[in-house]
Design a protein around this ligand. Sequence first.
Ligand code: ZN
Length: 326
Amino acid sequence: MKTSVQAGLIALAAILLIPSAPDRRSDVTPPLALWITKEAHGPARSAESQAMVRVLEDGAVSELDEADYLTRVILSEMLPGFGLEAMKAQAVAARTFALRQRAAGKHPEADVCTQSSCCQACCSVEDLRERLGDQFRDAWALAYSAVQQTEGEVLTFGGKLIDATYFSCSGGSTEDAAAVWGTDVPYLRAVESPGEQDAAVFASSVCVSAEAFRQTICTVDSAADFSSGPADWIGQAEQTPGGGVAWIRIGGTEMTGVQLRRLFHLNSTKFTLAWDGTQFVFDVRGYGHRVGMSQYGAQAMAELGFDYRAILLYYYRGVTIIRADE
Ligand SMILES: [Zn+2]
């Protein structure tokens, strides 16, 4: 076991408040139970047929077995090397996410699309085989097993499917949904997420010349004042509950962390910004929007012996795990 993981154990032991969370199946509205049952797809389907997912890809809709779809999502959204419990947590999150997209009717002709920027990444088997090479067969078997071992399980809050957002690496703390998207979501709160330090994407930096920095800021705020030297351009800053940047005063104007992440292609909104005498340096922690479940945090918890249910109940506060087809 790695040293940082041992440190994570101590931190987790101190902060983990996992409720026993008995299943509250009565909270589930009847339509939810129907969404993934065989009956929901009509009498033409045989009793042995699996739940199906209509997937929009390159303008065409194909109908995939739910297990195949979720296996492809796991392998598309997670880098190689994650263990079974982390994959099981990912499987439940991805299933919940997909069913919520279907219910929302985002794509009238399909349940989900294959774009990570819209729904969830879902690479073709051919692409996964090419990307994973010799690891493909074992990775597919493990991810498929994760899907089957969590068959039908979804996350609910107040009897409704949750918005099961997830991301790669929190950089030490996840984020309040409100801090990133402006909308408060009771189960998407900032929580500490130790043990991620070994992730390749844990720390990164972006360096920008003074002129490029000024020009970039001016594309969104022409009123910013850069008349003094670069050392004076950066002013007061405020943090989010999850340790990200809420806003920084730049050239006398407030820029949000979300804006700066987009403008300078930062891995996350958890960063510091400083002028080092020759250039501006963004020192960034984590990768992704940092709202919901951290994949590397899930893996760190799994390495400490926590199962997928504990992982899910930690990152999605106050939710219930149910089998929606029972
Ligand atoms: Zn989509």
